[in-house]
Design a protein around this ligand. Structure first.
Ligand code: NAG
Ligand code: NAG
Ligand code: NAG
Ligand code: NAG
Length: 769
């Protein structure tokens, strides 16, 4: 018996020599992390184990020194990136990405043109990479046919390779990797990338296989990253074929995978929903681009088209196409079948709960598979060995010795191993909680007492809002989209899309959604003190808001708007700022709510046009009503109206003045012009103990509601003017929507005069008193 066991043990202990010799050319699973997206995905939250290479983006080329440059705000991210991602995956390789796009092309052309500049740049790049712990570089954004001379680019790559090799010889460290990202095709407008140099000097080339059709350019719906498409339609397969025909070897190509899609506004939403439908431009965001994370949090059912390898869906008048799990898997299989080197995702922050990254990594490489299985096999063997040893010792213990000590050790080892295995399994399942919690219909039904009328807080255009309590005692507010309202669906989707990424103390937080059973519900944090209009316009309740509390409310709204306009990743125009959308928490802190009609802008875009008129009358600026233009100055205008209401307690729907023929703005302006602001203010207010003065607020408010949007201050300026009581400010011009048009001319000259005199005041006030 014992000899049999020993034989078995020897047999079982032998296999570990199988532990695989690592393949020198490993399958690349790379991904971009963008320093600009650090608010959405912090470096320490990257699941490094799903990747072989992680790329930190972007560094630049300094336009005067031609040296590698990292913007100071991004420097902390770059310097800690490699260390942090290695904690979760010690074998990860990190690359530093250098952006050379259209705007940087002139600088880059100047750089590659001169041997001395090339050398200086290369030296600085190597120094930075080593100082910051990167294992190589990615040169991103260079296009053939741009102003950059491709011959010179080839020279740069050759010199870079040589410098990297020589640095490796001298330092004894492994050479830095050299990688470049390229366009879908190797040749544009008969200018080709320097293929030969790329083939011999680069470790590989990332093909940016996406953004073929975009709603800002193409007035028809199309797949922006189709793997296959009919001839004459841009697609990935065609691009890869062209690259292979250009002479580059397949093992130098890495396929780019998009983690974003595009949204088109359909020209004829009643009829079209397929590819090639007429479209009037981008939807949802300024350029129509949307991250996968946001697409998934809307919870719609897309159609997967396996002919093109793309998913798409239509909601209301919007048509959205993107790569879902099926498309990612199909593309990874394609890359393997073509003998490519791997894939590279753009970009990690857009993944939803690592769903796409996991799909790409699964079955992405046989070696990986075998490795994974081998680990399981070895673990099983070890467990069996220990069990058998245990049994054997137990046998010995029973029969011959009394080796209690050993038994204990064995038992302990076994239980430890068990813990380790379950811990590993947890890591593998790895559920990072997404931004939004998904609630079941049953849980919301229970929380709101089956949507009882007692729990109803109010009714918006969107549907009723209920108060609820979760099992953990947390109070919530549930907004339930009426099933009959088609119009609300878009607002719902919009609100989910936008608020998923927003977090600020002065914005009402969305906790989650419920889309079960054709329901569309949004779950918010509950705001016990209701909305501002509830106090402001009520003769009794308005007394609960003294000037100190109102200043706090104004400050909160200002901070919320500053975040939307200046400090978040995108510029967000709320478009429906009004007293009923300012909610108050237990301490009367104000929070902006209701992003149903808000719009997202890229940082560089200042204003946009829309054909849909939204917002609430009285808070909507004239350029929007007349021409459908909205910009950040839209919310500044609404803020001005709100500010006038907070200091006066007056509604916009009434008329004021002796003849009751002035709207709120005109009335305020007339009184201010005559120096009779006091008559305008809510009589219960006393600003004598506050540094924030009513008169000052009135003047700032009037500046915000001026007719010409360019005359209105930015929120940054508003914030400064409200905080700094001695800073001189302009005299406001005639507000928008003044009824008496005859006075316009007279007022214009008058305003200019007041402006001049106000400037004089400014100068005198700057002299310290
Ligand atoms: C960083 O610097 C580059 C080049 O100077 C500039 O184009 C880019 O906008 C800057 N990025 C940020 C986030 O400041
Ligand atoms: C690019 O530069 C090389 C040498 O520096 C020169 O011979 C070639 O004509 C240039 N090509 C173009 C298109 O300017
Ligand atoms: C789309 O653009 C093309 C070319 O720019 C133009 O000929 C066509 O009329 C446009 N179609 C629509 C529906 O706007
Ligand atoms: C994908 O879409 C194209 C164009 O609309 C269509 O011809 C094709 O049949 C679709 N493929 C599948 C599998 O539905």
């Amino acid at each position: 018996m014992a000899s049999k066991l020993l034989f078995l043990l020897c047999f079982l202990i032998l296999p570990p020599k199988l532990s695989c010799s690592s393949n020198p050319q490993t399958w690349v699973r790379a991904g971009y992390w963008n320093a600009n997206a650090k608010a959405e995905l912090s470096v320490s939250d990257i699941k490094s184990a799903l990747f072989t290479h992680l790329i930190c983006s972007f560094a630049f080329v300094d336009s005067t020194t031609f040296l590698l440059k990292i913007n100071s705000s991004d420097d902390p991210s770059f310097s800690t990136f490699s260390g942090i991602v290695r904690r979760r995956n010690p074998s990860i390789t990190t690359l530093l990405s250098i952006w050379v796009g259209k705007n940087e092309a002139p600088t880059f052309a100047g750089l590659v043109d001169r041997s001395s500049k090339r050398k200086a740049f290369i030296d600085s790049s190597i120094k930075t990479a080593r100082d910051y712990g990167f294992d190589g570089f990615d040169l991103c954004g260079v296009m053939p046919g741009s102003s950059t001379n491709m011959t010179n680019l080839g020279t740069l790559l050759a010199e870079w390779r040589e410098a990297v090799a020589s640095e490796s010889r001298n330092s004894g460290k492994s050479p830095l990797l050299l990688v470049m990202s390229s366009h879908r095709v190797p040749r544009l407008d008969s200018v080709s990338y320097p293929i030969e140099s790329m083939n011999s000097n680069l470790d590989w080339v990332h093909i940016n296989a996406y953004d073929y059709y975009v709603p800002t350019v193409d007035n028809f719906t199309a797949a922006h990253a189709a793997l296959y498409a009919p001839p004459g339609t841009a697609n990935t397969d065609e691009g890869i074929r062209e690259w292979l025909n250009s002479g580059i070897s397949a093992s130098k190509l890495v396929l780019g995978l998009p983690y974003h899609g595009y949204a088109w506004e359909l020209a004829d939403p009643g009829h079209d929903s397929g590819f090639g439908s007429p479209a009037s431009g981008p939807a949802i965001t300024m350029d129509g681009s949307i991250g996968y994370k946001i697409i998934k949090s809307v919870g719609v059912n897309p159609v997967y088209n396996s002919t093109y390898v793309v998913s798409y869906y239509k909601v209301g008048s919007n048509w959205i196409n993107f790569d879902d799990v099926e498309a990612i898997k199909a593309k990874v299989s394609y890359a393997k079948a073509k003998g490519l080197l791997g894939y590279c995702v753009f970009q990690l922050a857009n993944d939803y709960n690592w769903v796409l990254s996991q799909a790409a990594a699964q079955g992405s490489h046989r070696d990986q598979f075998i490795k994974k299985h081998l680990l399981v096999i070895i673990l099983v063997i070890v467990v069996i060995v220990i069990l058998l040893t245990g049994a054997f010792l137990y046998y010995l213990e029973m029969r011959i010795f009394k080796f209690k000590g050993i038994m204990f050790v064995v038992k302990k080892t076994l239980s430890k191993l068990g813990d380790k295995i379950s811990a590993d399994a947890d890591v593998d399942n790895g559920h990072n909680s997404p931004n939004l919690q998904v609630f079941s219909f049953a849980s919301i039904k229970a929380a709101t007492n089956d949507f009882s009328s007692k729990n109803k807080l109010g009714e918006g255009g969107f549907g009723p809002v209920y108060k609820g309590k979760l099992p953990n005692e947390q109070d919530i507010a549930v907004k339930r989209l009426s099933k009959t309202s088609n119009q609300g669906l878009e607002e719902f989707k919009n609100e989910v899309t936008l608020t998923a990424g927003l977090q600020h103390v002065n914005l009402v937080r969305v906790l989650g959604i419920c889309t079960e059973r054709e329901e569309k519900m949004l779950v918010y944090e509950y705001m016990p003190n209701g909305s501002l209009d509830f106090y402001l316009f009520d003769p009794a309740r308005r007394n609960l808001l003294d000037w100190k509390k109102r200043v706090q409310i104004i400050e909160g709204v200002t901070q919320g708007l500053l975040y939307l306009q200046e400090y978040s990743n995108f510029t967000i125009i709320h478009r429906d700022l009004k007293a009923s959308n300012i909610l108050l928490d237990g301490n009367m802190n104000s929070k902006i709510s209701d992003f149903g009609v808000a719009r997202l802008f890229r940082k560089d875009v200042l204003e946009a046009n829309t054909s849909r008129i939204v917002g609430t009358y009285g808070f909507v600026p004239p350029e929007y009503v007349k021409r459908g233009i909205y910009s950040m100055k839209y919310d500044v205008y609404s803020f001005g109206v709100l500010l006038l209401q907070i200091i006066s307690g007056k509604r916009t729907s009434n008329y004021y003045g002796c003849n009751e023929n002035l709207n709120l703005l005109e009335y305020a302006y007339e009184l201010w012009k005559e120096g009779q602001g006091l008559e305008f203010f809510d009589p219960s207010l006393d600003d004598s103990f506050s540094s924030c003065k009513l008169m000052r607020c009135m003047q700032v408010a009037l500046l915000c509601v001026q007719e010409n949007s360019a005359d209105r201050p930015s929120m940054l300026e508003v914030s400064t003017m409200l905080k700094n009581e001695v800073l001189g400010i302009n005299a406001p011009k005639q507000p928008a929507f003044s009824i008496n048009k005859d006075r316009d001319k007279e007022n214009q000259s008058l305003s200019r005069e007041t402006l001049l005199s106000a400037n004089d005041v400014t100068i005198t006030q700057l002299v310290p008193r």
